[in-house]
Ligand binder design. Structure first.
Ligand SMILES: *[C@@H]1O[C@H](CO)[C@@H](O)[C@H](O)[C@H]1NC(C)=O
Ligand SMILES: *[C@@H]1O[C@H](CO)[C@@H](O)[C@H](O)[C@H]1NC(C)=O
Ligand SMILES: *[C@@H]1O[C@H](CO)[C@@H](O)[C@H](O)[C@H]1NC(C)=O
Ligand SMILES: *[C@@H]1O[C@H](CO)[C@@H](O)[C@H](O)[C@H]1NC(C)=O
Ligand SMILES: *[C@@H]1O[C@H](CO)[C@@H](O)[C@H](O)[C@H]1NC(C)=O
Length: 362
């Protein structure tokens, strides 16, 4: 797609943030689940819709279908436990470390289904080193966390319950139901005047609308067309979350109580000591290539440097060498939380023009 105007670029940037989770929707149909889609007509399913359906069903399978009405029967981090699955006296750099997480509800009953949103980290403060663990869900209330012991030292491990499975399930259900959690306002500008109008994925079709579509990704976004402004004069987009509008029941809201979000699960062990045993780990990795598939955990960070597993990145140790690398390059950033990358790149390079901040599909 050719980006003709600055406004369009900004719009795409704003929209893409919203699109970083897969969504599907048609204009007058709020239900975003692909299942409802196939029921809505016999039209040919496009390649991208097939891909979306596949991912949707993959995610859907990880979400337990339970009938949850009692918060006491939701997962409780405090009641749950973490232990080392195959404990050893000593660990070597490069070893795998497997933890088991057993989840319990607030009443101390074993959970019998999976879907809890867990997050596991290993870190060594003195080295400024950290890595993530891969979570394996047995769908019976037990999980394994797979770590690779990337570095030598004393390693701290933390497993968080980010959300109980009941919360993850509620989020999934309502994300597929409607677009009502975020409001959008677009600003249309000409040299003489400007005006703001409502934008969104589902707008009243009886009004005259501007349609902003990404044909490649089959993504559609709309604004109510202001009188005497062309659709091309859309310049900026403001979006914000509506906390006052929700489909959650009161019980479900309780799941997202701050005291229930990102809670450490107690573990029955202390630190893990890792030594560089005599096994020599080969370090003649090839340089990382764009598009290479990374396994998870895909690497670790140490003293602000990311070390991917299985390949090596080039290091730019001076700002000059980094600036040289950026020179005459377009930087495409796509997805959530990209403002951080933008400001960091701007800070590092200083002279990178605004146009480097273009948003495009990778
Ligand atoms: C789920 O719970 C509701 C309310 O308690 C009940 O009416 C409904 O029949 C239950 N559904 C299933 C599938 O158990
Ligand atoms: C959960 O499933 C795993 C893998 O199938 C099994 O090893 C474990 O014993 C199960 N745990 C319970 C409590 O059923
Ligand atoms: C749009 O332009 C027309 C013709 O110049 C004018 O009559 C009308 O009042 C304008 N409408 C608005 C909302 O400014
Ligand atoms: C949130 O949790 C706190 C502490 O556990 C509790 O006092 C409070 O009532 C809870 N709020 C809601 C809305 O459940
Ligand atoms: C490690 O290698 C050194 C020399 O190669 C040897 O002396 C030492 O016994 C080895 N240690 C272990 C634990 O194998």
């Amino acid at each position: 797609m050719i980006l003709r105007s600055k406004g369009y670029v900004i719009l795409l940037a704003a929209v893409s943030v919203l699109l970083s989770v897969i969504y599907y929707q048609t204009l007058n149909q709020c239900d975003r689940s692909p299942a409802s889609l196939s029921a809505s007509g016999n039209e040919q399913v496009s390649e991208i819709q097939n891909a979306i359906n596949k991912i949707y069903h993959q995610v859907d399978q990880t979400i337990p279908k339970t009938n949850f009405t009692d918060i006491m029967k939701s997962s409780s981090a405090k009641q749950s436990k973490v232990f080392v699955k195959y404990p050893k006296d000593s660990y070597c750099v490069g070893d795998q470390l497997v933890l088991q997480v057993d989840m319990f509800d607030h009443l101390g009953q074993r959970k019998t289904y999976g879907g809890d949103f867990l997050r596991a980290r290993m870190s060594t403060r003195e080295l400024d080193a950290a890595a993530s663990g891969r979570i394996e869900d047995f769908k019976n209330g037990s999980y394994h966390v797979h770590f690779i012991l990337f570095w030598e030292g004393t390693v701290d491990i933390t497993v968080f319950m980010m959300h109980p499975s009941e919360g993850a399930s509620a989020l999934w259900i309502y994300r597929n139901k409607w677009h009502g959690y975020v409001d959008h306002v677009g600003k249309f500008e000409t040299p003489q005047q400007s005006i703001e109008t409502v934008c969104g994925f589902d707008l009243d079709r009886s009004k005259e609308l501007c349609e902003y579509k990404d044909e490649r990704d089959e993504e559609y976004f709309y604004c109510i067309k202001p009188e005497n402004f062309s659709c091309n004069s859309l310049s900026t987009m403001k979006s914000w979350r509506r906390h006052d509008r929700t489909l959650f029941t009161d019980v479900e809201k309780g799941l997202f109580n701050e005291s229930n979000v990102r809670v450490k699960i107690p573990k029955d062990f202390d630190q893990i000591r890792v030594t560089r045993c005599n096994t020599s780990v080969p370090h003649s990795y090839k340089t990382c290539k764009i598009g290479a598939k990374l396994e998870y955990p895909s690497g670790y960070v140490m003293r602000n440097v990311w070390y991917p597993k299985g390949c090596k990145t080039l290091a730019y140790n001076t700002l000059d060498s980094l600036s040289k690398c950026f020179t005459q390059k377009f930087i495409y950033i796509f997805g959530d939380s990209t403002r951080f990358y933008h400001s960091t790149i701007m800070k590092i390079t200083g002279h990178v023009s605004y146009w480097a901040w273009m948003c495009q599909r990778i």
